[in-house]
Design a protein around this ligand. Sequence first.
Ligand code: TLP
Length: 343
Amino acid sequence: MKNLIDLRSDTVTRPSEAMRKAMYEAEVGDDVFKEDPTLNKLQEYAVELLGKQEALFVPSGVMGNQICLNVHTQPGDEVICDADAHIFQYESGSPAVLSGLQLYPIKCERGILTPEKVEPLIRPTSAYYMPRTKLIEIENTHNRAGGTIYKLDEIEKMQSLAKKYNLKFHLDGARLWNASVASGIKVNEFASYFDSVSVCLSKGLGAPVGSIIAGSKEFINEAFRVRKALGGGMRQAGILAAAGLYALKNNIERLSEDHEKVKILAKHIVETGKFELINKDVETNIIIFKPLEKNIEEALAECKKHGLMLSIGQIGTLRSVTHLDVSFDQIHQACEIITKVFT
Ligand code: TLP
């Protein structure tokens, strides 16, 4: 919508002129025959960035996660994740629908799983009457926790635990780029701990469509088959891949600006005294905040009337996500609207 300051998500961005030009000029072929040169280039570049043997372009973050879960598991298996994980909260129950999986969600501080919380929940292999624990899933950055970042030692501990029990380890890295830019840790370093990784091109990086999953050659071979089974085998997808390549080459470093923008907003929100800021240490491009006096629906509607769009975070909270289509000026305007509506 024109003239609205849209902070509902970093998924709302539109491809820039330069990105559209790259899409227009993309050389294409039939990817079901693995013959789309631009798509192949994107996958090769992703391999380089993520440091995995192979990578596969998929239409969405949800499909990326679900293919990874499917390849690693058998129906009746159990997946341990945080209770605010995207795979648990926002993927339409697809682990159950598509792969016959049961999730074991655990409430964690900042969305960060720890061995102390997880180890007691791993099912003994002798207990044939229980579901079989098969995989641990983490999210970095963690969306519903407010863009929180896993530290490398926290990931390493979880990887050791997964290895100890012979479990697969999957990373939902929809916003791994934000984690990398904010922490200075390279994406391939983050990715190195996992059997599979899913990253999005259509969030902060500004591409219109697409995610990438990465892992071993054997894993991607199987993932290619599952993607097809789910209807994700696309044909001249190089047009989309060109946007993804453009995003990876031009839009990663600039994410630090989005992090600065959300800090301005967070500071203002705290200063009004009308909210509880849930993620007090703002780490990347997301804030979650609870209005102390207004109900959520009312707050969303009033903000929209003044030209500001926010979304719902955890229960009873608002969420604001910064991105490349919102300027610093608009962030200052957003602060003014918040003052008007809430004070
Ligand atoms: N997240 C969306 C909504 O679904 C909530 C958003 O606006 O933040 N993993 C994570 C951590 C995500 O945040 C998302 C999208 C996905 C996976 C799914 O990506 P898509 O929407 O491309 O399927």
